[in-house]
Write a new protein. Structure first.
Length: 138
């Protein structure tokens, strides 16, 4: 049985399992496969702070959500994982039209999964932030 998720299926998981404020980020799942996902977050005025820079909270939420979706790609379905740790490093101001995030599952065991995310400005390709997370599995 093929448990590969498609971007369309991942978008449905996003709509069905994530909080409304996460959906307000406007994330789009561009790619998903075994343990990796690529999301895109359009930079709308609601996500920006003074100076035309995307807020750190939005970047952290995109990273966390992308890592949970990468876990879904790893398992083949949504997993109601809880974020135990989320460590975010902000490298430069996020500007432009969108932020793209590539999230990868580094290792998954029976009770914990470890993930990494790299966020970059879509317009320039320059890295904006990185994040790592430990996810508790049910």
């Amino acid at each position: 049985m093929d448990t590969t998720l498609t971007p369309a299926a991942a978008r449905t998981l996003l709509a069905d399992h994530f909080a409304p404020w996460v959906l307000d980020l406007g994330l789009d799942v561009i790619q998903i496969d075994a343990g990796q996902t690529l999301t895109r977050m359009p930079l709308t005025p609601r996500l920006m702070r003074t100076g035309g820079i995307v807020s750190g909270q939005a970047l952290a939420a995109q990273a966390d959500t992308s890592m949970v979706l990468a876990l879904a790609g790893y398992v083949g379905d949504f997993v109601p994982a809880g974020t135990v740790t989320l460590d975010t490093q902000f490298l430069r101001p996020g500007t432009g039209s969108a932020i793209v995030c590539r999230a990868t599952i580094i290792r998954a065991g029976r009770s914990l999964a470890f993930a990494r995310a790299e966020l970059s400005a879509e317009d320039t390709g320059k890295p904006v932030a990185t994040a790592t997370a430990t996810l508790a599995l049910p």
